[in-house]
Design a binder for this molecule. Structure first.
Ligand code: DGJ
Length: 734
């Protein structure tokens, strides 16, 4: 609490000197948080505060804006700093006006607030340029219960001719503290969302992507920013943001000469000047913001609650357990191989079969990744009875049926590439560089948007029993260029591609509101709330090795909920890493997300067969807790001790499930800190171990009933000492 007061005073004092006491105070509030700005007509809007709400809503107004000897308007943090005036920071907005003038000075032009419904309040703060007819609206939607604020900006050009928008951020947040710790997530194929925390030093740290597609494979537009020390799980101030945009992005953290950290987040300005015509509006994506004074655990729970309700399809529906054909069959299948997989899957209690890549293309059959993309007709040699036959077979076995597509891409070896070379992204007469033997279709072109929509439509129409689509995208953009866009507007590609994609998603969701769709881009290459809101789940990584998945899922689940986190048990040795890990460990990791399998089920035999069947049965029991519950991370896999544990607690606190993993050999030290979290201190809980393999118990305490207070203050003993031992405990109100 003390720090909040300090920060309020800071912002009041720094901005005070030249401001009158009569400035209008604009508050954007959720149940527990608030952002506070002050404004006066024809002056810039000042950003004063972002954090816990004041106990008395009038506190800020009553305290007024204090005088400070050094205060002057230049030092004030603005709501939305444009390049112009005395701004010395990286700007949120930079415009070249039609007469060549490079500066913009935004001043207050009014504000509005309205309730969108019982949980959402919209605030719009209107700004305009002092001289030019340029109008900028800063929008906030405050989600009361989830403590999330989404910020976006629109700019309207009322000049007589076009203007050029060079920088156009979604949000600007100024913070002030003794020190700043940035947590960001980087990676590569098969190693996405690797967490990195660093203390920021004066200067600018930029996290960005220019890949457009697979844009989150190497960096993520989701971040945490802790004040005065590294982010802790249950204590300390943490700010967070996640840009809902599936294209190029940039997050910049500018630690300035005043000691203020200026955080800008939005689309990447790289090579993306946008020419805005008279009367035309341009809108940024939303930056999803939250804050916690109780550590990053609460940040994750805010994001999860919000995304289940607002940024995910069917967030209130249990997800099925899936067998995906990829690692079990790759491109090498026929009807018998697939129907056998389905029969075996049904015996395990699996609920859906997903046919992955390899089912299409005739002239250029898709028997490898070098041909067929774009030709979305069933391969008659492999599947002579068509997709309907397979989907019906699945349904006859009690399984739902899903199928894979990659509609944004084309192999040079395809009928489509020959028919529509003008649809391919290319840089003038330069060679088109393939990645994974494929080219990208130009979604800025409305004809390509129609093609992608029609592909989805036709594939789904192959059978009324298709209830799931896996949408993949296996390359990114290089040598950019569009035959559709004019030569002046080539820089619009980055914006228009994503808008084209979203327009296709909108059409799909209007026609197919019920179908489940998985978001996949070579694994977690497109993991952002902008895309996720059209999907039911995401594929976090092609790396199914549970040791690596613990880290990948830890990173992904910092922002995105378990219900959407596809986690599959695959074979051993693992196809990505060659590691041989026990089946129990593979299940125990996958069960902390949306469980599935990705192997040849007939290969699971003997003891393993019974174990897998039971694990699937038990997952059905714990699934509502995992998929709808609150996540509490207990031990981070990044802690050097070599354990990792987490739990999910049902909203009514009657049930919880606890997962623990040993990541290395621990000599004789098998006891580790295991204070549970999120339980009701006044309830008694019974603990039952699940997934016991070969009679080996990890939880062997005599007493099985504990008070919630005890479990959270003293904790439990779990015996995990060897590498890749693991435990799953069901904690239920007694
Ligand atoms: C990449 C995906 O991430 C995999 O799961 C699989 O669908 C392959 N593409 C198929 O080509």
């Amino acid at each position: 609490m003390r720090r909040i007061v300090i920060s309020v005073l800071f912002f009041c004092t720094i901005t005070a000197g030249v401001f009158s006491q009569t400035r209008e105070v604009i508050e954007v509030e959720t149940n527990d948080l608030s952002m506070i700005f002050s404004a006066s007509r024809n002056e810039s809007v000042v950003f004063h505060y972002w954090g816990n709400k004041f106990s008395k809503s009038s506190a800020f107004k009553n305290n007024g804006f204090r005088e400070h000897p050094d205060a002057n308007q230049d030092a004030a943090s603005q709501l939305y700093p444009a390049y112009g005036g005395k701004l010395f920071l990286n700007p949120a907005l930079r415009i070249t006006h039609n007469d060549g003038v490079l500066t913009t000075e935004l001043v207050y032009a009014g504000s509005e607030k309205k309730s969108l419904d019982a949980n959402r309040v919209e605030t719009i703060i209107r700004l305009k340029d002092k001289l030019y007819p340029i109008f900028v609206d800063v929008h906030f939607v405050a989600y009361q219960k989830e403590n999330i604020i989404c910020q976006s900006v629109t700019v309207l050009n009322e000049e007589k001719k076009s203007i050029s928008i060079e920088n156009f951020a979604s949000s600007y947040i100024p913070l002030h503290a003794q020190s700043y710790y940035l947590t960001h997530f980087h990676g590569t194929w098969a190693a996405e969302m690797q967490m990195k925390e660093e203390k920021l030093t004066p200067g600018i740290k930029v996290i960005e992507s220019k890949k457009e597609v697979r844009t989150t494979q190497s960096e993520s537009p989701s971040f945490l920013l802790a004040l005065n020390g590294p982010a802790q799980e249950n204590t300390g101030e943490v700010y967070a943001g996640s840009l809902a945009w599936s294209g190029n992005f940039a997050l910049s953290f500018e630690f300035d000469e005043r000691g203020v950290l200026n955080i800008l987040g939005g689309m990447n300005p790289f090579a993306s000047t946008y020419h805005l015509q008279p009367k035309q509006k341009l809108q940024t994506p939303e930056m999803v913001l939250t804050y916690s004074s109780n550590g990053k655990g609460q940040i994750s729970r805010n994001f999860h609650d919000w995304s289940r309700k607002y940024a995910l399809q069917h967030g209130d529906k249990i997800r099925p357990i899936i067998l995906n054909s990829w690692e079990g069959a790759y491109f090498n299948f026929d009807e018998k191989i697939l129907t056998d997989m389905m029969d075996n899957a049904a015996n395990f209690g699996i609920e859906m079969f997903v046919l992955d890549d390899g089912w299409f293309g005739n002239k250029y059959p898709r028997n490898g990744d070098n041909a067929g993309l774009g030709d979305w007709q069933v391969n008659q040699k492999k599947l002579p009875h068509g997709i309907g036959y397979l989907a019906d077979h699945a349904v006859s076995k009690g399984l739902k049926f899903g199928i894979w597509i990659e509609p944004e891409m084309v192999n040079p070896e395809s009928e489509l590439a020959r028919k529509h070379p003008e649809w391919v992204v290319k840089s003038g007469k330069r060679d088109i560089l393939p990645i994974r033997n494929q080219w990208l279709l130009d979604l800025s072109n409305p004809q390509v948007q129609d093609f992608v929509f029609n592909t989805f439509d036709q594939v789904v129409s192959m059978s009324p029993n298709i209830s799931y689509i896996k949408w993949d995208a296996n390359r990114h953009v290089d040598n950019v260029g569009s035959e559709y866009l004019s030569k002046e507007n080539q820089t619009h590609f980055w914006y228009d591609y994503v808008k084209g994609l979203y327009s296709v998603y909108d059409r799909i969701r209007a026609k197919y509101p019920d179908i489940e769709i998985q978001l996949c881009s070579s694994g977690g290459g497109r993991l952002d709330f902008g895309a996720l809101k059209y999907h039911d789940e995401f594929w976090p990584s092609d790396n199914t090795n549970p040791l690596n998945r613990i880290f990948i899922q830890y990173g992904s689940n910092t922002f995105f909920p378990a219900i959407a986190t596809a986690a599959h048990v695959s074979t051993s040795p693992n196809h990505q890493t060659g590691m041989m890990l026990p089946l129990k460990f593979r299940f125990d990791v996958a069960m902390s997300g949306r469980l599935g399998m990705e192997l040849q089920p007939k290969d699971i035999v003997g003891d393993d067969y019974e174990f897998a069947r039971n694990a699937i049965k038990d997952y059905k029991h714990i699934r509502p807790i995992v998929q709808f519950g609150d996540l509490y991370r207990i031990i981070s896999p990044y802690d050097e001790n070599g354990w990792s544990s987490l739990m999910y607690v049902s909203k009514d606190k009657k049930q919880a499930v606890y997962f623990a993993y040993s990541l290395k050999y621990h000599d004789r030290t098998t006891f580790f800190e295991n204070k549970l979290n999120g339980l009701d201190p006044n309830k008694n809980y019974k603990i039952t171990e699940l997934n016991i393999k070969s009679g080996h118990h990890a939880f062997n305490e005599d007493v099985k009933i504990f008070n919630g207070d005890y479990l959270m203050k003293v904790g439990i003993g779990v015996n995990l000492g060897n590498p890749f031992e693991s435990a799953v405990l069901l904690v239920e109100e007694d």
